[in-house]
Design a protein around this ligand. Structure first.
Ligand SMILES: C[S@@+](CC[C@H](N)C(=O)[O-])C[C@H]1O[C@@H](n2cnc3c(N)ncnc32)[C@H](O)[C@@H]1O
Length: 130
């Protein structure tokens, strides 16, 4: 509490983000191994669906940035299209994070699980340009 005064754990639906944060209260969002919702008709539940991206931008403000990684190729392809459709600036795109030049990666629980099975990890950074 004293050493990390701005740390809190919240168990809630991402759709409720605006109930939890004031506009401009944070500027970076990490999306780590979000559920892929692979069925076609459930695409609006994916956390990189353009409706979510618009809401993230609204809450984070003009300095908004999103660090996204996934083991799921289909979700990554979908996400590239969504970020582009909503006009985010992409950088540091990797189709195989663990064999890339990117330094300082912190592995998540699911990342360890998937990469130990030999699956490549996809990653990108997206920044607001509006
Ligand atoms: C595959 S797990 C990844 C967990 C962790 N981020 C990691 O990398 O080890 C996906 C997580 O996303 C959460 N999730 C999926 N959709 C969500 C949503 N709409 N709002 C909040 N959390 C969601 C799930 O509850 C689950 O814990």
């Amino acid at each position: 509490d004293e050493e990390l005064p701005n740390l809190a754990f919240v168990w809630d639906n991402a759709s409720n983000l605006s109930d939890l944060f004031e506009v401009g209260e944070f500027q970076r969002l990490y999306l780590n191994f979000s559920d892929p919702w692979p069925k076609k008709r459930t695409y609006k539940r994916r956390l990189t669906y353009r409706g979510f991206l618009q809401e993230y931008r609204r809450i984070m403000g003009e300095n908004a940035e999103i660090f996204f990684k996934t083991d799921n190729r289909g979700l990554f392809e979908f996400s590239l299209n969504e970020f582009c459709a909503d006009d985010w600036k992409l950088s540091n795109i990797s189709l195989d994070l663990h064999n890339s030049d990117y330094e300082g990666n912190i592995m998540t629980e699911y990342e360890e699980k998937f990469s130990s099975r030999g699956m490549p990890i996809y990653r990108l950074e997206a920044r607001n340009r509006k």
